[in-house]
Design a protein around this ligand. Structure first.
Ligand SMILES: [Ca+2]
Length: 547
């Protein structure tokens, strides 16, 4: 009976999912010669695995998802899920890894740092996967590796083992220099209210000082015309937020600082951005803006919903803000009132943007613990997600639920029509299966189209932002030795915390001039030079490996 059900499950998959069918067939063939521990395939009972997984806050338990049911059916697998959403994911993951309590067979989606992979792989808590990654066992991943042989290297830890499976997201564009740049190259797009510019009769600023004068005018006038001259917020952002920070404005001081570790590179030398003179000058300058009331004081405390509430208020309240895109903050209707601020320069016309470090390949998507009795079958199960159409449905939602039942005339899947009140983002959050993602550049337009929003952002990067960028050097995706990882792990959080605390204080209250030297000394005394050396050594190895 079970066998019939399994076959029915396979047949239910569309013909275009032939790769999964192959996987299904493989399972039937191999399970009979599998170890005695395997009860999959020809016998009645599915094999049960426990998986700890991250889900989005809007998502139901993974067990309720169509894709999961298909995957289980195809492989004769049953999964007991421990699904966690939001801020508690890391906490719960750490609890499992630190105490070993309630240890699952696998951890999916919840990111593991290199340090965790090396530590828990080295201790045997996570098993090494390289011997299982072959054409027979993981046919879909194998196909990816044939096209992207470098992916396996990025998953291999310094001890030579692979403790987690890759995720690939090649959402990028080709620049005039022939190189591919990815969608997060500039994570913080700054935007300005052009209705307000018109209201105060001023031009689009091109230097940082011109922006200052515009913000003063925004502050002093009833720009939104509601009779209240005090409800305008000249500029808002979210302190240290990856997409809502104010770092793009630092371009006038010779840098941008998108990397959360303040890491940057110039002519092959790695440095700590937040210890540079440029950084000091920028923070000193923007303190004046705080003093003049040009920057929202809530930048240090607001969360994204409070921030977006300002953008979406009944009367427009934001003059200048930063975000991944414009409409998400101010709403689609008001987005037309905003335009991107150009890359601002100093008085002499100088500017510099340090691109965000761009990594299309991650290596923390799926790890198996020593509890797992049948890693081979579990990897076969998860391998289904490296099929392009399965991955498409994991990332966005199933065919028939997120996508229309049938592909378009080009054989490409398109999103189904939204019902009243639905948004694509919300639908995705409810339906997605976080874990493995496989998006090769060619998958877009072959299996499904890039979301309009993503395509638009890439076009904006290419056409609006990149022409103003003249330095394309950025720190690459390197592999650290265990010693380097330990060094970084030991010092980095204190270094970052000091920079964060001091910078916030200097922006709000000033005092950077008096405290700067002591700050640099403290950074050095808590390991900055050691961390820089670790970054530099890894970079130098990477560079020489390229030669
Ligand atoms: Ca007003």
């Amino acid at each position: 009976m079970r066998k019939i059900m399994k076959k029915a499950g396979c047949i239910l998959l569309t013909a275009s999912l032939f790769l999964s069918l192959t996987g299904c067939g493989n399972n039937e063939n191999t399970s009979s010669v599998n170890t005695g521990g395997s009860t999959a395939g020809v016998t009645e009972e599915p094999v049960t695995f426990k998986i700890f997984a991250e889900i989005s806050p809007l998502s139901p338990d993974n067990s309720e998802k169509t894709l999961v049911k298909q995957m289980n059916e195809a492989m004769g697998v049953n999964v007991e899920w421990n699904c966690v959403a939001g801020d508690t994911v890391t906490e719960r993951k750490n609890l499992i890894l630190n105490t070993g309590a309630d240890m699952p067979d696998a951890i999916m989606g919840a990111p593991l740092s290199d340090y965790e992979l090396i530590t828990y792989g080295g201790s045997g808590m996570l098993i090494s996967l390289e011997d299982y990654i072959n054409e027979e066992n993981m046919p879909n991943l194998w196909k990816v590796l044939e096209q992207r042989p470098e992916v396996l290297a990025t998953c291999t830890m310094p001890d030579g083992h692979i403790y987690s499976l890759p995720g690939i997201s090649e959402m990028g564009f080709t620049h005039t220099d022939g190189e591919t740049y990815y969608i997060g190259a500039i994570p913080q797009f700054t935007a300005i209210n052009t209705d307000w510019l018109e209201a105060v009769n001023m031009e689009m600023p091109s230097t940082i000082d011109e922006l200052h004068d515009v913000l003063v005018a925004f502050k002093e006038n009833d720009c939104n015309g509601n009779g209240d001259p005090t409800d305008e917020i000249p500029m808002s952002f979210m302190y240290e937020n990856w997409c809502a920070g104010m770092s793009t404005l630092y371009s006038a001081f010779g840098f941008t600082d998108y990397n959360e570790n303040h890491r940057a590179i110039q002519d092959g030398t790695v440095y700590y951005q937040a210890a540079s003179d440029n950084y000091k000058n920028a923070i000193q300058y923007f303190h004046e803006w705080f003093k003049e009331g040009l920057i929202d004081i809530e930048v240090f405390s607001q969360d994204s919903s409070q921030y977006i509430a300002k953008g979406a208020a009944a009367d427009a309240r934001l003059g200048v803000f930063a975000w991944w895109e414009i409409p998400e903050v101010v709403g689609a209707g008001r987005a037309e009132s905003y335009a991107y601020l150009p890359i601002l320069t100093d008085q002499e016309g100088n500017s510099k943007v340090n691109l965000n470090e761009m990594v299309p390949t991650g290596h923390d998507r799926f790890s198996i613990t020593k509890e797992c009795k049948n890693p081979e079958l579990l990897l076969k199960w998860v391998d289904q997600l490296y099929d392009p159409l399965m991955s498409m449905q994991a990332i966005y939602g199933p065919i028939g639920e997120f996508f229309a039942e049938e592909p378009d005339e080009n054989g490409v899947y398109v999103m189904r029509e939204l019902k009243e009140g639905e948004t694509a983002g919300e639908l995705k959050s409810k339906l997605e299966l976080i874990g493995i993602s496989r998006q090769l550049a060619d998958d877009f337009g072959t299996y499904y189209y890039m979301e309009d929003r993503a395509q638009e952002r890439l076009d904006d990067l290419k056409d609006f932002w990149f022409p103003d960028i003249h330095n394309f050097e950025y720190y690459p995706s390197v592999t650290h030795t265990l010693e380097e990882t330990e060094t970084i792990n030991e010092y980095m959080s204190d270094i970052k915390a000091l920079t964060s605390e001091k910078t916030a204080k200097w922006l709000k209250d000033g005092g950077i001039e008096e405290e700067w030297d002591a700050y640099i000394q403290t950074l050095n005394s808590i390991g900055l030079q050691e961390v820089l050396q670790a970054w530099q050594d890894a970079y130098d190895r990477y560079e020489s490996a390229l030669k």
